[in-house]
Design a protein around this ligand. Structure first.
Ligand code: ADP
Length: 229
């Protein structure tokens, strides 16, 4: 049987959300919905929407709530998320977005919101070392590059530094995170939906911690253990 789960992952830029969400999506066999990846795909396609999104993204600003809520609403209306669930990465980022998500999911509410916690000094270093595949979004770092000459191991795409990973844009995004997104931790805590997970350590260690925390709350503690990525 497909385990399924409906999750939101919160955490600072560079906390490891992208990497961990890919692993969790595989483990629970649910779609990984990353608003950042969806927006980067639109930018790459060069649609009108993509051009508009790029203006906000390259400055390190958030897109207006109504626009991003529309994008996520359409995605959540598809069959795969309705039947199996989802892992939301990068949404919600404001209380307005969290309220909209609660409305969108009234019939099938969230199981859990996870705060993947990593201190600011650590994420700053991680972001300056991070590299990403332009085609599939797989994350690498200067310390753990792809096997061949900055060519993605997963899809063969080019692996580069993100355009919005400049020191100025990163500082702005981290400030926005503390102003706009951190309040969601208290918001979900008040709804008894929040679990905090330590994001320091190896990627496998963090995945194990996440799965343990999720299963404790959603599968009666008896889910399938993680056996490595
Ligand atoms: P990061 O977490 O490093 O900012 P993401 O890949 O999650 O990176 O997002 C990249 C950019 O996409 C954000 O800086 C913002 O401009 C835009 N974006 C993504 N998700 C949202 C959202 N939920 N609300 C508004 N803007 C968003």
């Amino acid at each position: 049987m497909i385990p399924g789960v409906r999750l939101v992952i919160l955490g600072r830029q560079g906390a490891g959300k992208g990497t961990q969400c890919v692993r969790l999506a595989r483990h629970y066999v649910v779609p990984h919905i990353s608003t950042g990846d969806m927006l980067r795909a639109a930018v790459k396609e060069g649609t009108d929407f993509g051009r508009k999104a790029q203006e906000y993204m390259s400055r390190g600003d958030l897109l207006p709530d109504d626009i991003i809520i529309g994008v996520v609403g359409e995605r959540l209306a598809k069959d795969d998320t309705r039947t199996r669930g989802y892992i939301l990465d990068g949404f919600p980022r404001t209380v307005g977005q969290a309220e909209a998500l609660a409305e969108l999911t009234v019939d099938e509410p969230l199981d859990l919101a996870i705060d993947l916690e990593v201190p600011e000094e650590v994420v700053l270093e991680r972001i300056s070392n991070r590299r990403v595949c332009v085609d599939c979004g797989t994350n690498y770092s200067v310390q753990t590059p792809p096997r061949y000459n900055w060519t993605c191991d997963v899809c063969g795409g080019e692996v580069v530094q993100r355009e919005d990973d400049t020191p100025d844009a990163v500082r702005k995004r981290l400030n926005l995170y503390s102003q706009e997104t951190e309040p969601l931790i208290a918001w979900y805590l008040a709804k008894d939906l929040l679990v905090t997970v330590d994001g320091l350590g190896s990627a496998d260690e963090v995945t194990r911690r996440l799965i343990r925390a999720i299963d404790r709350r959603t599968h009666g503690g008896g889910g399938v253990p993680f056996s490595g990525a």
